[in-house]
Design a protein around this ligand. Structure first.
Ligand SMILES: [Zn+2]
Ligand SMILES: [Zn+2]
Length: 555
């Protein structure tokens, strides 16, 4: 090609929250920045995660040179197993990010065949015509980087997720100098995180939660239960340090919590004070005022540690009157009901529950507010600007912010939605042809800590195995199921195979019978339990994995 163009191709995460992925193409070479997932809305019941449709990359598989990762949050790495099941490609990221990816690949048996390349901030990697420098940024997860991608047409800066935290708990500062140097030399295109463009001022530092936690540790009389994202190493470090200071021992509940603390400890990112750890099986026998439990499940995920604790169905912990439960995370939109249900259960057990907005805060955002966004715009001073990581509202505000701020030098901003592309050549930048994009629903079979095989389910799979809808009618007054559950199915075993279905109805009834009265009042929990049990049963009987969507009716 005599005059190759740069193509900016968002595969996910623009105009929607989650599943961030961006392809950058120059001539016959493509690199991919991040491959994330999205947690499904309630209307996608029966599906665990959603990833972008990587059809564009499949179509150009011979051109794809590698996947470059900004950080280890699920909305940036959760789609990798699905991507790798379609095309093989080497992956580049920092040690902690790759360790989280490794965990995922192991679950899917993809680890051996995948080349993982560790990078450090300020390392440079060449992939075809792209030279990529990794620039340290601060975010709610450790070891996050921005990317400076030098192409034959100029430099592209992709910020990844960031805030400008002047006092991160690991003391690893945002490398504003390198960013400014690129800005000084001239940047062709900036793509920057739009999540918190609505928020004036500056986002609080990770250290800002310390005063509130000190207060909580001071006041708590019974057990202290803290729930946060397992990847919040900053938060886990604080809890470990305060526990050591206040004479509590720490137990971790939840599979992801345990593996991430181990990973980060091995990488030297989490320091665990001597003698501070407590085995989960010793929680209930240790003196209550000497126990701090860190549990996964801040979003009310039905099978997570905290959700189980909430309905008193966890083997290691029973919450009692006088215990304190802290929810140290944001509420991901769509999860309000599940979280509300979980907190109601905990309140019923007599726990003191601390959550939400308060001053000082119990949680801080990981994304830059408007003043920090302005700082980055000012340092980078790009010729073109594409806001990323946000819904249309945030991205259009971010575009206006840039236009308002960068009166000289900024030629054009593009507010794109997933699938809309921009092409850049020596003459200028303009909208390019649309590419096919979409969402793929994956039924992973494992939410947090149910140890089961992970199953990648794409639409082809769905059309082969069909779907099954168990319909359960529960008596409003007795909380009991008075008739045998009905099962409706399409595309799954021929209906004359009555025996399997008859037994499947019994299996659902058994799940109901063996659940506690409290669990039965929580439809989210019941749907998840029925789904898990029925899936196990049907898979055993038929070796097929239909999509299962339980419906519970109150009569
Ligand atoms: Zn993030
Ligand atoms: Zn993100």
């Amino acid at each position: 090609m005599s005059n190759p163009k740069l193509h900016i191709v968002p595969l996910g995460g623009l105009g929607e929250f989650g599943m961030n992925s961006m392809a950058i193409r120059y001539g016959d070479d493509i690199i991919v920045v991040d491959a994330g997932m999205m947690f499904p809305d309630a209307e996608l019941l029966g599906v665990d995660i959603v990833t972008p449709d990587f059809a564009y990359l499949e179509e150009h598989r011979d051109k794809v040179r590698g996947l470059v990762l900004t950080h280890g949050h699920e909305d940036h790495i959760g789609g990798i197993p699905f991507l790798l099941s379609q095309i093989k490609l080497p992956i580049y990221g920092t040690a902690f990010t790759l360790a989280l990816v490794e965990r995922r690949l192991e679950e899917h048996d993809l680890l051996k065949e995948t080349k993982l390349n560790r990078v450090k901030p300020n390392d440079k990697v060449t992939l075809g015509p792209f030279e990529i420098e990794f620039i340290r940024v601060t975010h709610s997860i450790v070891s996050a980087v921005a990317l400076a991608i030098t192409t034959p047409l100029g430099v592209i800066i992709h910020t990844g997720d960031f805030k400008v935290d002047p006092t991160p708990t690991d003391n690893e500062l945002f490398d504003l100098h390198t960013l400014a140097e690129y800005g000084k030399r001239g940047v062709l295109l900036l793509m920057s995180d739009s999540t918190n463009v609505d928020r004036p001022g500056y986002t609080e530092s990770e250290r800002a939660v310390r005063p509130r936690f000190e207060d909580i540790f001071n006041r708590a009389e019974g057990r202290l239960v803290v729930s946060c994202f397992s990847s919040s190493i900053h938060r886990l470090q604080l809890i470990l340090d305060l526990s050591a200071q206040f004479g509590r021992k720490v137990a971790f509940l939840g599979r992801s919590m345990n593996s991430v603390t181990e990973i980060s400890h091995n990488l030297g990112l989490l320091s665990i004070p001597d003698g501070v750890l407590l085995r989960p099986q010793d929680i209930m026998t240790a003196p209550r005022h000497k126990v701090c439990v860190v549990a996964s499940g801040t979003q009310g995920e039905p099978m997570s540690a905290l959700s189980r604790v909430a309905v008193d169905n966890h083997k290691s912990l029973s919450v009692e009157t006088g215990d304190t439960v802290v929810l140290s995370s944001r509420i991901i939109p769509g999860n309000e009901k599940a979280i509300g249900r979980m907190m109601n259960h905990l309140a019923r057990r007599g726990a003191d529950i601390i959550y939400g907005n308060m001053n000082p805060p119990v949680h801080v955002s990981g994304h830059a507010s408007s003043e920090e966004l302005k700082l980055v715009l000012n340092l980078v001073r790009p010729r073109y600007f594409i806001p990323v990581h946000g819904e249309y509202l945030q991205m259009s505000k971010h575009a206006k912010l840039a236009q308002h701020l960068l009166t000289a030098g900024l030629e054009k901003t593009f507010v794109l939605e997933t699938g809309e592309t921009v092409e850049i050549d020596r003459i200028g930048a303009r909208m390019g042809p649309k590419v096919p994009v979409g969402r793929v629903c994956i039924d992973s079979g494992s939410l947090d800590e149910v140890v089961e095989d992970m199953i990648i389910r794409d639409r082809r799979h769905l059309s082969e195995d069909g779907f099954v809808i168990p319909i359960i009618a529960i008596n409003k007054h007795t909380g009991k199921c008075e008739t045998l559950p009905e099962i409706v199915s399409r595309g799954f075993v021929s209906m004359d195979d009555g025996l399997v279905m008859q037994e499947a109805r019994q299996a659902v009834a058994r799940t109901l019978e063996t659940s506690s009265a409290e669990e039965r009042t929580d439809w989210g929990v019941m749907q998840e339990k029925i789904r898990a049990d029925l899936r196990r049963y049907l898979n055993k009987q038929t070796q097929r994995r239909p999509l299962i969507m339980p419906v519970i009716l109150e009569v």
